[in-house]
Design a protein around this ligand. Structure first.
Ligand code: AMP
Length: 125
C-alpha cells in the first residue's frame, strides 16, 4: 500500500538514519559517497560492525531501485574487502526487512559484521 505524502514526510523527519545523513546526529562515518553512507553500529555485534545506508529514505530492500541496490552491493563489497585487509577472517551480511524480521530502524540498511575465529558471535540461519 502506498504511503501518503504527509506520512512519507513524517517518516523522513522522524528517521534517525536521515538525521545521521544530514549530519544532525554524530556517528563514526566509515565511508560516504553520493548515494550511500556507512557508519559504525552503536551496538556492535563484533568489532567494526558497520551499517551501509542509502542516503535517500527507503523503508526496506523492496523500495530500493535495482540500480541503487547494485551500487549498494558494490559499496558493501569494498568495505568487506577493507575489513579483510585489516585482519578480519570473514564477515556476515544481514538485512532485516519489516518489523517481524527484526527491523527496528525503518530506513533500509545492511549490517556488515566482520568475523574472527572465537569472536563469540553467531548468526544462526
Ligand atoms: P535493525 O533495524 O534491527 O536492522 O538495526 C538497527 C541498527 O541500528 C541497530 O543495530 C542499532 O544498534 C543501530 N543504530 C541505531 N541508532 C544508531 C545510531 N544513532 N548510530 C549508530 N547505529 C545506530
Amino acid at each position: 500500500m502506498e504511503m501518503s505524502e504527509d506520512k512519507k514526510e513524517k517518516a523522513v523527519n522522524d528517521c534517525i538514519f536521515c538525521k545521521i545523513v544530514k549530519g544532525d546526529i554524530d556517528t563514526e562515518i566509515i565511508q560516504e559517497s553520493d548515494n550511500f553512507i556507512a557508519f559504525l553500529d552503536a551496538n556492535p555485534k563484533t568489532k567494526g560492525h558497520t551499517l551501509i545506508v542509502p542516503k535517500k529514505h527507503y523503508e526496506n530492500i523492496l523500495d530500493i531501485p535495482s540500480s541503487l541496490a547494485s551500487e549498494m552491493m558494490d559499496n558493501i563489497k569494498d568495505l568487506a574487502r577493507e575489513r579483510l585487509d585489516e585482519g578480519s577472517e570473514g564477515f556476515n551480511l544481514a538485512m532485516n526487512n519489516f518489523e517481524v524480521a527484526g527491523q527496528v530502524v525503518k530506513h533500509a540498511h545492511t549490517h556488515l559484521i566482520p568475523r574472527r575465529k572465537d569472536d563469540g558471535f553467531s548468526l544462526a540461519v
